[in-house]
Design a protein around this ligand. Structure first.
Ligand SMILES: C[S@@+](CC[C@H](N)C(=O)[O-])C[C@H]1O[C@@H](n2cnc3c(N)ncnc32)[C@H](O)[C@@H]1O
Length: 364
């Protein structure tokens, strides 16, 4: 149970938050939450007039968030970093991971001071949850801060979530550097889950949507599938690849909705386990995912998760990480370290990913 602000307290930030629309609260309003001020509600209504799919898209995005966490759990990842976590919802990451019982560490990060305040109250619930008020574009500070460093078992995979966050960041060196630093930090077997607004299905109307947001001071950047793929860098996308968010997972609640209702692409990619082989980076399958049989949480106040039938999470794509548990031998980390290289001329580049000091503490 740790909360830390790298951005100062609300009072230090100046400005009247209640008169300025904010992406977190507009989104929360679309989801039926009550944290939005009049400025947020007005902005949401204005955008909704240009894009009736907006609310469904927000619901689809939240549904995918739950499925994404289950997908990573099913593949043995036990630590979670939720960047741009937003206001607490009906089902949050640490509830999907059952962190109270399993001890799976979950770090929530958001740069909005009001989200931070809510997250401290509602998300930071036990010894394995951490809430950080930080700008993920200052990735160096975020990853270096003690709360983040001590939250995770060093060297064990981390599932990183960036759901509907990157559209709120403009292209440029700040975003490129933050993403590069994040990917370099992620241990082998880690997963990166991204959802991202796109004009792919809304060529004609997206300019009106972005203009409506901009009219309320909110700058959103829809990206093409190629641009979103680039955000994954050299991570390997898992089946079915970049797909409309509602259709990414066969058990998604919105799988039968047309892709334009998602208005966003989703993808999950993995830091591949690669063994250097004559200068060619080969895939090596160390383990297959275990089908995850789990009950959906039922929450009467939210219609996203009312279904109670079991969800089997059994992705088809190849995945390189074996199940990382407290029993995973540290030796395995050496085997799968992908940073060493055998150059064509026979020279060897030693691995440089930090070896795990200890793998104890991760939940089984
Ligand atoms: C649309 S909400 C998405 C919330 C959540 N990820 C979800 O999928 O439900 C976007 C969130 O990203 C946060 N955010 C935007 N830019 C950020 C940044 N540079 N650093 C940290 N958080 C950011 C906003 O404050 C907001 O809470």
């Amino acid at each position: 149970m740790t909360s830390v602000s790298l951005l100062g307290q609300r009072a230090d930030l100046g400005g009247d938050f209640s008169t300025i629309a904010n992406s977190a609260r507009v989104y929360q309003h679309l989801l039926g939450g009550s944290a939005a001020y009049a400025a947020d509600r007005t902005a949401a209504d204005a955008v909704y007039e240009t894009a009736e799919w907006l609310r469904t898209a927000a619901l689809i995005n939240r549904d995918f968030g739950v499925l994404s966490v289950k997908w990573s759990l099913a593949h043995g990842v036990r630590q979670f970093l939720d960047l741009g976590c937003g206001y607490p919802g009906a089902v949050n990451v640490h509830e999907v991971t059952d962190t109270d019982r399993t001890g799976c560490p979950v770090v929530y990060v958001d740069n909005d001071p009001e989200v931070y305040a809510h997250a401290r109250c509602e998300l930071d619930e036990g010894p394995a949850t951490t809430v950080v008020h930080a700008d993920f574009l200052a990735m160096d500070q975020l990853l270096a801060c003690e709360a983040v460093r001590t939250a995770f078992v060093p060297g064990a995979p981390v599932a990183v979530l960036l759901h509907d966050v990157l559209p709120w960041c403009a292209d440029g060196p700040a975003l490129d550097q933050a993403m590069a630093m994040l990917r370099a930090w992620m241990p082998v077997g880690s997963t990166l889950s991204i959802t991202h607004l796109t004009d792919h299905w809304h060529h004609a109307t997206m300019p009106d949507v972005t203009a409506a947001f901009a009219g309320h001071g909110l700058h959103v950047h829809p990206r093409s599938s190629d641009e979103i793929s680039d955000l994954f860098g050299d991570l390997v996308q898992q089946d079915p690849g970049l797909t409309a968010t509602g259709r990414w997972h066969e058990h998604g609640r919105y799988v039968h909705h047309p892709p334009e209702h998602s208005a966003a692409f989703a993808g999950i990619a993995v830091i591949q386990t690669i063994v250097p082989h004559h200068g060619v980076r080969d895939r090596t399958v160390l383990g297959q995912p275990q089908p995850l049989h789990c009950e959906r949480h039922t929450t009467p106040q939210n219609d996203m998760d009312r279904r109670t039938e079991p969800v089997h999470v059994a992705p088809k794509g190849p995945f390189m990480a074996a199940s990382w548990t407290s029993k995973t031998p540290a030796r395995l980390m050496d085997i799968v370290d992908d940073t060493g290289e055998l150059l064509p001329d026979g020279r060897v580049v030693a691995p440089h990913r930090p070896a795990p000091a200890s793998l104890t503490g991760a939940a089984a």
